[in-house]
Design a protein around this ligand. Sequence first.
Ligand SMILES: [Zn+2]
Length: 265
Amino acid sequence: MRLLLISCFLYISFSAKASQIALIIDDMGNNEKDAMAFTLPSNVTFAILPNKHLSKIFSKRATAQQREVILHMPMESLAGNNQEKNVLLSNMPPTQIVKMLKIALSTVPDAVGVNNHMGSRLTQLTLPMSVTMEFLSEQGLFFVDSRTTRYTKAEAIAKKNGVLSAKRNVFIDHIPSSEQIDKQFHRLLSLSKKHGYAVGIAHPYPQTLEYLKVHLQTLQKHGIELVKLSDVLSSGSTYAYHSNTKSQPISPAPKFQSSMKSKSR
Ligand SMILES: [Zn+2]
């Protein structure tokens, strides 16, 4: 009986705490139209692309709203197409990676963290990820792994370097149809209920922004709280969620990695 009472009490106190979601709008700064996202609640984080004419303007404007800003750093993808000009590549020496991160950060001056734009190749590679995380650790910036491949090592390497981190659990608008957006948004809610929190990434597509504007207002009804990204960071292990998105491990490892490995600590 006593045990039952205790477990009832534990259950009630546990369920009294609202589940949390953190939401990131990626790819900000590509387009003047992205400015529509500024009407979203200020707990929604903006991941701003560097080296764009809107990068600094969006960074300042978001910060004036008390909104968290992160640098959306372009990283090499497996396909290697549609890449940004100033993308981190797997054949770059560590000094070049650091130089490009510094330049990128100077164009998103209010960034308190970083997440990857693309990066299905680069985030699988130990050396460039270690260089990146060492730099973020020195700068006191956190990292969110966008998980563009299930073989990413980014979050594990962030933790190894003492960088506070999180990972994306759900892409809201990977397929930007209204049915899929609704389905993915509800997946985000159910994951947050199951695990206590969940991190979603969306894009500044008009249909996504319209959807979010309406549905973020209904969170309270679901017992869910929209929190800032920095509220769900962790230095310990976080839960993984794999969707059915196709990705592939790099095999064999690119040449530069094996030759550099012997030199690394
Ligand atoms: Zn992106």
